[in-house]
Ligand binder design. Structure first.
Ligand code: PLP
Length: 463
């Protein structure tokens, strides 16, 4: 017993450990280090009391253990940090969807840490338009009369319906009553907005006549929703926006189209055949169009509403707009992203989503060969393999893009390899196909190649 008392007395005081060099120079903050030191000392105390510890380690060891604990806590799995996406899913919802262009990232950094002209007109020295620059670019790109930016596309749909249809019914085709990731269901949204959902047609076929017959005095809008994440194949029939627009005109009803992914440039050439263009939807007569800012557009999370001034003004006046509006960072990122769209070639070069989509198979093969060559040269083991990437984010279900991957070669199990790669200081997320671990090169950034190469060498190397 006396021996345990003596051991307990040898435990250094928290403050003394906190003065240790390794703690003073570690990457954790002082309050994080203090928590870790307390935890290490408590464990030591309990170890002595239970008899499991018979020697009190020196202060160097205690400080070192505390730093390890503090750093591992800082890098906990719950904290948002950078990862390398080797899954080949371009708009990976779990990995944060779109990555910003360099120009947009710089705009974010600058705006985040300074005051800005969010609602200020420098020329006049008075209050100005919120998101005026964004509105200007959206008008140039899509020809819209007016626009509004909100928190995400789900909020956009909710706000539009609440503003134009809360006291009546809205007509939607049964083929478009979709659920989009994590509980965004069109019927639920309608209910929340206080409007009655009037379903027309069947799951696979809806005709203009079905809409026409459903219109009554309480009808406030016709809604068309892009079936982002599913496909109905076989005998199908749906009504085009143009047809709905002429019906809407006849009854003075707004036609609203939720186009989902928000393609601003012609993405058909990247094989994204069914993605509606915002510009086309407006041209064909939709009164209000909405879509996400962080899917095919390649910006930060937001929802964009375009349309005629008549409806946008009404939507902007609704109290929910104040609840859903976006901050200066989102506006800065969106503005910098949209600016590049003035030139499609420039957009393809600078906006990661577009450059990943447009990368050709020869280029992808070359990248994979380069990475594998380097890995093998440095004593690791990898091979180039053909694979398929996908757009993700609910854009074009079923569409696969030919790509190339770096396949890791090792005696270790595929699951084990996957886990080791995932637990690198900057996690590398691969994907397993036919029991092989692949890193799809389509979703990689060139500046990460060196890191990926050295990580794979360390995992698959002989020693
Ligand atoms: C993705 C999507 C939404 C939801 O958009 P968020 O920006 O994720 O809120 C809504 N409607 C359609 C058709 C979509 O594809």
């Amino acid at each position: 017993m006396q021996q345990r008392e003596d051991l307990l007395k040898q435990i250094p005081h928290v403050d003394k450990v906190l003065q240790h060099e390794v703690i003073l120079t570690c990457e954790a903050y002082r309050h994080e280090a203090a928590d870790a030191v307390r935890a290490v000392l408590t464990e030591l105390r309990e170890g002595i009391k239970s008899g499991a510890v018979s020697v009190v380690p020196g202060i160097d060891t205690i400080a070192k253990n505390a730093v390890e604990l503090a750093v591992s806590k800082v890098k906990s799995t719950e904290d948002v940090r950078r990862v390398i996406n080797g899954t080949g899913v371009i708009l990976h919802s779990n990995l944060g969807r779109a990555c910003l262009s360099k120009a947009a990232s710089e705009a974010v950094t600058k705006t985040a840490s300074s005051y800005c002209t969010l609602e200020y007109d420098v020329k006049k020295g008075e209050r100005g338009n919120r998101a005026g620059g964004v509105g200007k670019y959206l008008k140039n790109i899509t020809g819209c009369e007016a626009s509004l930016v909100v928190n995400n596309n789900a909020a956009a749909v909710l706000l539009i319906l609440a503003a134009v249809a809360s006291d009546g019914n809205v007509i939607v085709s049964r083929g478009e009553l979709v659920e989009i990731g994590g509980g965004f269901r069109i019927p639920d949204i309608m209910e929340l907005c206080g409007c009655e959902l009037r379903e027309v047609g069947t799951t696979n076929k809806t005709r203009t006549d079905d809409y026409g017959k459903a219109i009554d005095d309480n009808t406030r809008a016709i809604l068309k929703v892009h079936s982002s994440n599913f496909q109905i194949v076989g005998f199908t029939e749906s009504v085009s926006v143009a047809e709905l627009a002429s019906l809407g005109k006849k009854y003075d009803l707004p036609v609203i189209e939720d186009i989902g992914s928000g393609a601003l440039v012609d993405v058909q050439r990247y094989k994204l055949k069914n993605e509606p263009l915002a510009k086309e939807s407006l041209k064909k007569g939709a009164d209000v169009v909405c879509f996400s800012g962080d899917k095919l557009l390649g910006g930060l999370q937001c929802g964009i509403i375009l349309g005629s001034s008549r409806y946008i003004t009404e939507i902007k006046k609704h109290p929910l707009y104040r609840a859903f509006r976006v901050d200066k960072i989102t506006i800065a990122a969106l503005e910098a992203t949209l600016r590049v769209y003035g030139d499609q070639q420039l957009a393809e070069r600078d906006i990661p989503v577009l450059s990943m989509l447009s990368a050709g198979t020869d280029e992808l093969n070359e990248r994979a060969e380069k990475i594998c060559g380097e890995i093998n040269k440095r004593g690791g083991a990898a091979e180039v393999l053909a694979t398929k990437s996908v757009a993700g984010g609910g854009a074009v279900p079923g569409l696969e893009l030919d790509s190339y991957a770096v396949m890791l070669i090792s005696k270790e199990s595929t699951d084990g390899l996957e886990e080791r790669l995932r637990n690198q200081p900057v996690p590398i997320i691969g994907h397993i196909e036919n029991d092989r671990l692949l890193i799809d090169v389509r979703t990689l950034f060139e500046e990460d190649y060196e890191y990926i190469i050295s990580s794979i060498v360390s995992i698959t190397g002989k020693d």
